[in-house]
Design a protein around this ligand. Structure first.
Ligand code: UDP
Length: 311
């Protein structure tokens, strides 16, 4: 039997690389596309000799040329750490707009299903809590996060336009804070930052007072959610994340507890437009996908720490 073929843009990134592995494991052939601006070849090096895997170094803001038939296009390419999109605001806007256009064009040409990796950032600094998919968000288009938030909002709108105009089978997931092994230690996001700091005997940096909240989802749970969505008849948008909400101060204390590091925290200014609270309402995913995350923060942090501690 011919294997199904999935194209994964951003396949060398943190989420993308896990998805490459998972789909190969599920019997797919995977074509991974990445321009390596924030992705890392090391994340997929172990797959390079696999007959079911092909890596193409390419920037998806340019035309994507694939010869074979394709069953799925999973569009995960984008800088995703606030530090990265501050460093690459134009590339972030281009991959969310032009990149999404090309990825949708590829799906349309091949009559493939299309899945967009969108984000909780479409809710901005939310005025509704927890955030359900029905909430339209509170985004500052001219703030420093605007490049990411607006490009993902545009990507969602473009995806819906392709669904309506071209009858493309599309799916949108909104991914909330996700963490786990394989994140870059110098990534800028809070979990690897804190781990890097304790491993180097540096004080943990809390931005603002640490009263802002996030809800952290372990990578394995998230990948399960993506796979459920791929196989569903649902177009979404669907929130994927862990609904257990923590203050950043509580996260810092948990990292300190798990590592036995000496208790040392310093407070730094809160970055502009940093959302004050974030918690996914995952009722839709629970009901329609029969999915919910299984791994709690303490267990997930432990696994992540073990990975970072490996020689
Ligand atoms: N944060 C922090 N210290 C750090 C890195 C991040 O206090 O060293 C805070 C950041 O201000 C935000 C939260 O942790 O409120 C989550 O930040 P992250 O960069 O992980 O992602 P975001 O959810 O903001 O996209």
């Amino acid at each position: 039997m011919n294997k199904k073929i999935a194209v994964i843009t951003g396949g060398c990134g943190f989420l993308g690389s896990y998805l490459c592995e998972r789909l190969i494991g599920e019997g797919f052939k995977v074509i991974c596309i990445d321009n390596l601006i924030t992705g890392n070849l090391e994340n997929i090096r172990h797959l390079l000799n696999d007959n079911d895997f092909r890596f193409i170094k390419h920037n998806v803001t340019k035309y994507i040329k694939i010869r074979e038939k394709i069953d799925f296009v999973l569009h995960f390419a984008s800088p995703a750490s606030p530090e990265d999109y501050l460093k690459f605001p134009i590339q972030t806007l281009k991959v969310g707009s032009l990149g999404t256009h090309n990825a949708l064009g590829l799906a349309k040409a091949k009559r493939a299903k299309f899945l967009l990796a969108s984000t909780s950032e479409v809710y901005g600094d939310p005025l509704v809590h927890p955030q359900a998919e029905s909430y339209w968000g509170n985004v500052n288009p001219v703030g420093v996060r605007g490049c990411y938030d607006e490009s993902k909002r545009f990507a969602e709108a473009l995806t819906m336009a392709y669904q309506r105009m071209h009858k493309l089978d599309t799916k949108i997931i909104r991914i909330f804070n996700t963490y786990g092994p394989r994140m870059r230690i110098i990534d800028g996001r809070v979990v690897p930052n804190f781990i890097h700091q304790v491993l180097h005997n540096k004080p943990l940096t809390i931005y603002g007072k640490g009263t802002q909240t996030r809800s952290f989802c372990y990578i394995d749970d998230l990948v399960n959610g993506v796979f459920c969505m791929m196989n569903s008849g649902i177009s979404g948008p669907v929130n994927l994340g862990n609904p257990h909400e923590f203050t950043i101060l509580r996260l810092a204390k948990l990292v300190i507890k798990l590592t036995g590091a000496k208790k040392d925290i310093i407070f730094k200014p809160l970055p502009q437009d940093d959302p004050r609270q974030r918690q996914p309402d995952i009722s839709k995913a629970k009901k329609l996908l029969k999915w919910s995350p299984k791994i709690g923060l303490e267990e997930g942090l432990q696994k992540t720490l073990e990975w970072f501690l490996k020689p």
